[in-house]
Ligand binder design. Structure first.
Ligand code: FES
Ligand code: FES
Length: 128
Protein backbone atom coordinates (compact mmCIF):
# COMPACT_ATOMS: atom_id res chain seq x y z
CA UNK A 1 0.00 0.00 0.00
CA UNK A 2 1.31 3.46 -0.77
CA UNK A 3 0.83 6.40 1.54
CA UNK A 4 -0.26 9.78 0.26
CA UNK A 5 2.21 12.64 0.11
CA UNK A 6 0.53 14.40 3.04
CA UNK A 7 0.65 11.29 5.22
CA UNK A 8 4.35 10.90 4.52
CA UNK A 9 4.96 14.58 5.28
CA UNK A 10 3.16 14.45 8.65
CA UNK A 11 4.78 11.11 9.43
CA UNK A 12 8.30 12.31 8.68
CA UNK A 13 7.82 15.77 10.17
CA UNK A 14 5.17 15.33 12.83
CA UNK A 15 3.91 18.61 14.28
CA UNK A 16 3.45 19.18 18.00
CA UNK A 17 4.85 15.91 19.32
CA UNK A 18 5.11 15.80 23.10
CA UNK A 19 2.94 16.30 26.11
CA UNK A 20 1.65 18.82 28.62
CA UNK A 21 1.26 18.25 32.36
CA UNK A 22 -1.95 16.26 32.73
CA UNK A 23 -2.73 17.94 36.03
CA UNK A 24 -2.58 21.46 34.60
CA UNK A 25 -5.99 23.13 34.89
CA UNK A 26 -5.69 24.58 31.39
CA UNK A 27 -4.96 21.19 29.81
CA UNK A 28 -7.39 18.60 28.45
CA UNK A 29 -6.13 15.08 27.78
CA UNK A 30 -7.65 12.47 25.49
CA UNK A 31 -6.26 8.95 25.43
CA UNK A 32 -7.82 6.43 23.09
CA UNK A 33 -7.01 3.05 21.65
CA UNK A 34 -8.02 1.22 18.51
CA UNK A 35 -9.12 -2.31 19.39
CA UNK A 36 -8.66 -3.38 15.76
CA UNK A 37 -4.90 -2.90 15.75
CA UNK A 38 -3.89 -2.00 19.31
CA UNK A 39 -2.66 1.47 18.40
CA UNK A 40 -2.83 4.12 21.11
CA UNK A 41 -3.12 7.87 20.72
CA UNK A 42 -2.78 10.61 23.32
CA UNK A 43 -3.88 14.09 22.32
CA UNK A 44 -3.74 17.14 24.57
CA UNK A 45 -5.06 20.67 24.26
CA UNK A 46 -4.04 23.79 26.14
CA UNK A 47 -6.94 26.17 26.56
CA UNK A 48 -7.15 29.84 27.43
CA UNK A 49 -9.62 29.69 30.35
CA UNK A 50 -11.00 33.18 29.75
CA UNK A 51 -11.68 32.83 26.02
CA UNK A 52 -12.20 29.07 25.71
CA UNK A 53 -9.89 29.05 22.72
CA UNK A 54 -7.34 26.29 22.22
CA UNK A 55 -3.92 27.88 22.17
CA UNK A 56 -1.71 24.85 21.77
CA UNK A 57 -1.84 21.09 21.29
CA UNK A 58 0.41 18.06 21.64
CA UNK A 59 0.21 14.40 20.75
CA UNK A 60 1.92 11.09 21.30
CA UNK A 61 0.87 8.21 19.11
CA UNK A 62 2.02 4.63 19.22
CA UNK A 63 0.74 3.41 15.93
CA UNK A 64 0.86 3.33 12.20
CA UNK A 65 1.87 6.15 9.86
CA UNK A 66 -1.73 7.16 9.22
CA UNK A 67 -2.48 7.40 12.93
CA UNK A 68 0.58 9.57 13.48
CA UNK A 69 -0.30 11.75 10.48
CA UNK A 70 -3.93 12.05 11.64
CA UNK A 71 -2.97 13.17 15.12
CA UNK A 72 -0.32 15.56 13.82
CA UNK A 73 -2.89 17.13 11.49
CA UNK A 74 -5.48 17.47 14.27
CA UNK A 75 -3.04 19.25 16.60
CA UNK A 76 -2.50 21.80 13.82
CA UNK A 77 -6.18 22.19 13.02
CA UNK A 78 -7.42 22.77 16.55
CA UNK A 79 -5.08 25.64 17.37
CA UNK A 80 -7.09 28.85 17.45
CA UNK A 81 -10.38 26.96 17.57
CA UNK A 82 -13.01 27.00 20.30
CA UNK A 83 -13.73 23.84 22.28
CA UNK A 84 -16.99 23.22 20.43
CA UNK A 85 -15.36 23.76 17.05
CA UNK A 86 -12.66 21.25 17.98
CA UNK A 87 -15.20 18.74 19.27
CA UNK A 88 -17.17 18.90 16.02
CA UNK A 89 -14.17 17.92 13.91
CA UNK A 90 -15.02 14.90 11.75
CA UNK A 91 -12.80 11.98 10.92
CA UNK A 92 -13.97 12.29 7.31
CA UNK A 93 -12.27 15.70 7.10
CA UNK A 94 -9.02 14.13 8.29
CA UNK A 95 -9.34 11.15 5.95
CA UNK A 96 -10.05 13.46 3.03
CA UNK A 97 -7.16 15.82 3.78
CA UNK A 98 -4.72 12.91 4.06
CA UNK A 99 -6.33 10.88 1.26
CA UNK A 100 -6.53 7.82 3.51
CA UNK A 101 -7.52 4.52 1.89
CA UNK A 102 -10.54 2.62 3.34
CA UNK A 103 -8.42 0.28 5.52
CA UNK A 104 -6.90 3.35 7.21
CA UNK A 105 -10.14 5.15 8.01
CA UNK A 106 -10.11 3.84 11.58
CA UNK A 107 -6.81 5.69 12.10
CA UNK A 108 -8.61 9.00 11.46
CA UNK A 109 -11.48 7.90 13.72
CA UNK A 110 -8.90 7.43 16.46
CA UNK A 111 -7.86 11.08 16.02
CA UNK A 112 -11.49 12.27 16.12
CA UNK A 113 -12.10 10.23 19.28
CA UNK A 114 -8.90 11.61 20.85
CA UNK A 115 -9.73 15.27 20.30
CA UNK A 116 -13.30 14.72 21.55
CA UNK A 117 -11.93 13.01 24.67
CA UNK A 118 -9.48 15.87 25.24
CA UNK A 119 -12.28 18.44 25.06
CA UNK A 120 -14.42 16.35 27.44
CA UNK A 121 -11.54 16.07 29.90
CA UNK A 122 -11.02 19.83 29.87
CA UNK A 123 -14.75 20.45 30.38
CA UNK A 124 -14.87 17.99 33.26
CA UNK A 125 -12.08 19.87 35.01
CA UNK A 126 -14.06 23.09 34.73
CA UNK A 127 -17.54 21.84 35.45
CA UNK A 128 -17.69 22.81 39.10
FE1 FES B 1 -1.80 -0.32 13.84
FE2 FES B 1 -0.49 -0.55 11.71
S1 FES B 1 -2.01 -1.81 12.44
S2 FES B 1 0.17 0.22 13.49
FE1 FES C 1 -4.70 1.18 13.44
FE2 FES C 1 -3.68 2.99 11.94
S1 FES C 1 -4.53 3.27 13.87
S2 FES C 1 -3.70 0.89 11.56
Amino acid sequence: MSYSQKVVDHYENPRNVGSFDKGDETVGTGMVGAPACGDVMKLQIKVNPSTGVIEDARFKTYGCGSAIASSSLVTEWVKGKTLSEAASLKNSQIAEELALPPVKIHCSILAEDAIKAAVEDYKKKHSN
